[in-house]
Write a protein that binds this ligand. Structure first.
Ligand code: NDP
Ligand code: 2IT
Length: 444
């Protein structure tokens, strides 16, 4: 058994009840096999892989809050501080009923490599709660956020750990969380990113993940003597990442034909009307069923199915494991050329391999969606120097970071004889920087 296999086998036993975490580790370890084998004795002596898969710290806490009926409600809060070898912990907070330790750990683990790929000094973490913001009043969301931060504030800070948004955590939640942090700690500092523009937020952060995804796809196509103009794009999700991915795709001349939410999906052959989607999702926090009222020619379908349409580019931007083997087969049968992940781990390992073996250009989330956290790191820089940069300045930096990421992962794949395998390239390039810092810090 190689060193990589033996560490994987031991965590498969130890964390058998954490399927998402194991899925994320398996994918990374498979890519690292070649890198590790070049220097196996040293990595083994330094216990590099054992340290990579064990978070520095996992904080789990009770979150009590009072609902509008006066009932006390209890949720579980998490912050998994995974690895701070290259900078302060950084990563979002997810508020969704499915949140558990396995999901927090997979997201934290992915974040370590993603943050490394940005080339900025940020370590990896993730947090959140099984609280469901859907259907809650603003006051209930505020009560939850204040209670959550009352505990979380003991563990975070501008130079320690800087959380941000993720599923269910947007501008409203970040505002309440920041207010409570400031009140309890008495510090006005860049402890969260994704803040409002009036209190230290950065221009472009709202758009960053979606825009960054398209900047990377644009570069990928350019390097394959193609471009995005006139391409048909299928997008899943209708949240922060999906909306701004669609916006940039349209700005670059592509036609976006699908979007989805947790209950169904829309198909608009004439191209999705984003102003309608924004009004439904960002303003009214309603369901995509509403879309057809404004666009009678569009179709609305209950349940899954977004990957059954004919498209050139597929951008999964909703959640983990939303693109499975049958979806991959349907996409290939319909002639898809590019799949780039806006969400974290939306494609199963089996579906990923099928797409790669079918000649589809596949870019994993840790590279393709890194524009969000990269712009968060730019927000941290602005907070540190107490300045705000212009939209154009941040956007240009975001674009150059995404172009850089593409070339770094492409180069890493080439160096290890797997040209065009961007999964391997992203894992290897992300690992190289983190492992270098870990070795420099000694056994810690
Ligand atoms: P949002 O909460 O803004 O949007 C999520 C969207 O996905 C919503 O449309 C939601 O439906 C849908 N969705 C969520 N869970 C499910 C589910 N279980 N089944 C079907 N649909 C679902 O989140 P974000 O856009 O911020 O995040 C989307 C993905 O991108 C996540 O994987 C996240 O980790 C990742 N990501 C986010 C970044 C960010 O900066 N925000 C950065 C990098 C990655 P509904 O509208 O019904 O709630
Ligand atoms: O998955 C992610 O990269 C995010 N949710 C964004 C994290 C951040 O700190 O901006």
């Amino acid at each position: 058994m190689t060193y990589t296999e033996s560490v994987l086998s031991s965590i498969e036993k130890k964390y058998a009840d954490q399927p998402e975490f194991l899925q994320a580790v398996r994918e990374v370890f498979e890519s690292l096999e070649k890198v590790i084998s070049k220097n196996e004795e040293v990595y083994k002596r330094e216990a590099i892989l054992e340290r990579l898969v064990e978070p520095d710290r996992q904080i789990i806490f009770r979150v009590p809050w009072v609902d509008d009926q006066g009932q006390v409600r209890i949720n579980t809060g998490y912050r998994v501080q995974f690895n701070n070898s290259i900078g302060p912990y950084k990563g979002g907070l997810r508020l969704h009923p499915s949140v558990n330790l396995s999901i927090m750990k997979f997201l934290g683990f992915e974040q370590v490599f993603k943050n490394s790929l940005t080339s900025l000094p940020i370590g990896g973490a993730k947090g959140g709660s099984d609280f469901d913001p859907k259907g809650k009043s603003d006051r209930e969301v505020m009560a939850f956020c204040q209670s959550f931060m009352t505990e979380l504030c003991k563990y975070i800070g501008a130079d320690t750990d800087v959380p941000a948004g993720d599923i269910g955590t947007g501008a409203r939640e970040i505002g309440y969380l920041f207010g409570q942090y400031k009140r309890i700690r008495g510090l006005y500092e860049g402890v969260l990113t994704g803040k409002g523009l009036s209190y230290g937020g950065s221009l472009v952060r709202t758009q960053a993940t979606g825009y960054g995804l398209l900047y990377l796809v644009e570069e990928l196509l350019k390097c394959h003597q193609d471009n995005i103009q006139g391409k048909v794009v299928a997008i899943s999700g209708a949240g922060n990442v999906a909306i701004y991915a669609a916006e940039k795709a349209q700005q670059l001349g592509a036609k976006v034909v699908t979007m989805s939410d947790s209950t169904g999906w829309i198909y608009d052959e004439d191209g999705v009307d984003l102003a309608v989607v924004k009004e439904i999702k960002e303003v009214r926090r309603a369901r995509l069923t509403e879309y057809k009222k404004a666009r009678p020619n569009a179709q609305y379908h209950e349940g899954k199915g977004v990957w059954t349409v004919k498209c050139d580019i597929a951008l999964p931007c909703a959640t983990q494991n939303e693109l499975l083997i049958d979806d991959a087969k349907a996409l290939v049968a319909n002639g898809v050329k590019v799949v780039a992940e806006g969400a974290n781990m939306p494609t199963s390992i089996e579906a990923t391999k099928y797409l790669q073996n079918s000649g589809v250009l596949f870019v994993p989330g840790k590279a393709a969606n890194a524009g969000g956290v990269a712009t968060s790191a730019l927000e941290m820089s602005q907070n540190s120097e107490r300045l705000s940069w212009s939209f154009e300045e941040v956007d240009a930096k975001l674009k150059s970071i995404m172009v850089n990421i593409y070339h770094n992962i492409e180069d890493a794949a080439k160096r290890y004889d797997c040209e065009g395998n961007y999964v391997a390239g992203a894992n290897i390039a992300g690992f190289e920087k983190v492992v270098d810092a870990m070795m420099a810090h000694g056994a810690c």
